[in-house]
Design a protein around this ligand. Sequence first.
Ligand SMILES: Nc1ncnc2c1ncn2[C@@H]1O[C@H](COP(=O)(O)OP(=O)(O)O)[C@@H](O)[C@H]1O
Ligand SMILES: [Mg+2]
Length: 317
Amino acid sequence: MKLLEVQNLKMYYQTSQGYVKAVDDISFQVEKGETVGLVGESGCGKTSVAISILRLLPSNGRILGGRILFKGEDLLEKEEAKMRKLRWQSISIIFQAAMNALNPVYRVGEQIAEAIRVHQALGRREVKERVRELYQLVGMDPCRGRDYPHQYSGGMKQRAIIAMALACNPELVIADEPTTALDVIVQDQIMEELSKLQRQLGMAMIYISHDISILAETCNRMGIMYAGKLIEYGETASLFREPLHPYTQSLLASYPNLKGEKRKLSSIQGEPPGLIHPPPGCRFHPRCSRKKTICEKEEPGYRKIEDNHWAACHLLS
Ligand SMILES: Nc1ncnc2c1ncn2[C@@H]1O[C@H](COP(=O)(O)OP(=O)(O)O)[C@@H](O)[C@H]1O
Ligand SMILES: [Mg+2]
């Protein structure tokens, strides 16, 4: 059975100017223990997908359609109390720049202990032991648990946040730009650490990033998001060998040397569109150098190229 199946998910934000169509009919799956990447420029709806899965929407967020099956059960139909139990225990999330969310007035180890106590009925000694274990797991000296957040570097704070996300042995971890706020060297260390933990603990992960090169070595499969749509999905190897969508092609062209320096070369002209009145037809057409007349009028359907690789683009038909 699939661990997670997102089917035709639609999530809009209500605003005084109209609905922001942040997640518009998106489907993908995550198998047990696998790592799936979600990539796209800022504002394409990646975080919106993540918070929809956990049902952690802001008050103006509305799920208007679709299903989110976790081990066959629809999360959208669960009562809030059941959902609360599931968060952290079965599915946890590492938010972008979450390290800034550590409370400055409490010792870091105490904050991790609190996260454990809230979700698991363990005795004092067991909690303490679990905190030690988690420190070791994320590559930190357990003694540092006595320190306050200001005594940690950015990378260490992020490791502490990762430790918290792993506290209850979740089956799925969603990491939303887990390293974006860190410098490049620490980014690499944290990504390696996360991959190692993922292999060691066997949990599934959804990795979210605007930087496709960061995910190249980490993810089995990858989905490319553009303007609230999933425009391409495939095995990472297949996607890098033969990117189908012009948007994916430009994302890859921006990073010429995936193993070397992460330098942005020819970034794509313009910006993703606002999502209250997204462009008709293919949402990418205003920025696409190969657009045809049909692209401005008709939304492209998905075309399957290989078994596990498909894209939505009129050029493929
Ligand atoms: N609370 C909100 N109210 C209205 N619009 C929002 C809200 N949160 C995000 N958005 C909009 O939804 C779109 C998708 O945002 P987001 O999911 O954060 O994208 P990403 O994570 O890819 O950067 C953007 O256009 C953003 O401005
Ligand atoms: Mg985001």
